[in-house]
Design a binder for this molecule. Structure first.
Ligand SMILES: [Fe+2]
Ligand SMILES: [Fe+2]
Length: 324
């Protein structure tokens, strides 16, 4: 089966399939769980990875922005595996997006604010983002909990009789502190940990308190491994990328279209590698739930970050200059 980026799967068999069971009897065999960076309305990469490798589970790290019902956009993945998710800041942008996630077929698989045993691994979720109106670490707490916010709701807009929709993707201290009292193997967040220049040490403190070993996060649209970091492995999963539980690339992340725009506006010439991706990239307004693709070509890059370039030079991790 061909990858959505045109790559032949026969050239790169997934290593879990190559490793015979029992070859490392003393080592705990990690489950095949895939972690998926911000889809922003596009799910082909997740459906492809799920149907090709049949993972035990996939976890989507926020900013799903489904443009159609979940059973349509994630149908192939749902047919072969369990799909878990945390909300991102854009998942409360519209009523349609909110209802597809919070009321659709994966509503009960929202990991935000809880720890769930998934395929034998305990995974904690902290979705959403820090917002100053609620709490911006390490500043003062304006509202400890949704209940406290609503007590003052006479001066603010409520939505459907409860929190404003926007704050349903905001991090409240009460949710954060409840997680701190629990233990987990893995923490998934939308916000980045402190190792990222726009990350939060509050995420580091949460990971330490929960004694997690690994953090996977989205939001920054960068595909980077920070390890070791404070005794943790932190995996930033890039825009529409998919990685396994050890951080290995399953589907390579795409360039954030906004990064390309920033480079062009700054008069910078993107590297040849970036140009390679352009005619395969969708033109997407990622603040909209309706992606528009250029032509009929597939949206994915045709090469993997862990393969050498044609001239033999190693590929470098991609770091964005501007985070949004
Ligand atoms: Fe985000
Ligand atoms: Fe995002």
């Amino acid at each position: 089966m061909a990858q959505p980026n045109g790559y032949s799967s026969r050239k790169r068999r997934y290593r879990y399939q190559q490793q015979p069971a029992g070859t490392k009897p003393a080592e705990k065999r990690l489950p095949k769980i895939f972690f998926c960076g911000d889809p922003h309305g596009q799910f082909d990469q997740i459906n492809w990875a799920a149907t090709q490798f049949k993972p035990d589970a996939v976890v989507i790290l926020g900013d799903l922005q489904p443009a159609a019902p979940i059973e349509e956009v994630l149908g192939p993945a749902l047919a072969v595996t369990q799909v878990w998710w945390i909300p991102g800041n854009h998942d409360t942008d519209t009523e349609e997006i909110y209802d597809r996630l919070w009321k659709g077929p994966i509503a009960a698989h929202n990991l935000n604010g809880r720890v769930v045993n998934i395929a034998g691994v305990s995974i904690a979720g902290l979705g959403g983002v820090f917002r100053g109106q609620i709490w911006m670490p390490d500043g003062p707490v304006n509202y400890q909990s949704p209940a406290e916010f609503l007590q003052n709701a006479s001066r603010v807009n409520t939505w459907r009789g409860g929190l404003p929709r926007r704050h349903r993707s905001s991090i409240f201290p009460s949710v954060y502190q409840a997680l701190m009292r629990q233990r987990a193997d893995i923490l998934v967040t939308h916000e980045a940990a402190g190792c990222h220049k726009k990350g939060f040490e509050a995420i580091d403190r949460l990971a330490r308190a929960m004694k997690v070993k690994r953090i996977f996060h989205g939001h920054q649209h960068e595909d980077v491994t920070f390890a070791p970091y404070k005794g943790l492995r932190v995996r930033a999963v890039g825009f529409r990328g998919v990685v396994d539980i050890e951080g290995n690339v399953i589907v390579e992340a795409q360039i954030d279209p906004r990064d390309l725009l920033v480079m062009q506006q700054a008069g910078m010439e993107p590297s040849p590698e970036v140009f390679d991706t352009i005619d395969r990239m969708p033109i997407v307004d990622i603040f909209s739930s309706h992606p528009v693709r250029r032509g009929e070509k597939g949206p994915f890059r045709d090469r993997r970050r862990d393969e050498p370039r044609k001239d033999g030079r190693p590929r470098q991790p991609r770091r964005s200059k501007d985070r949004k």
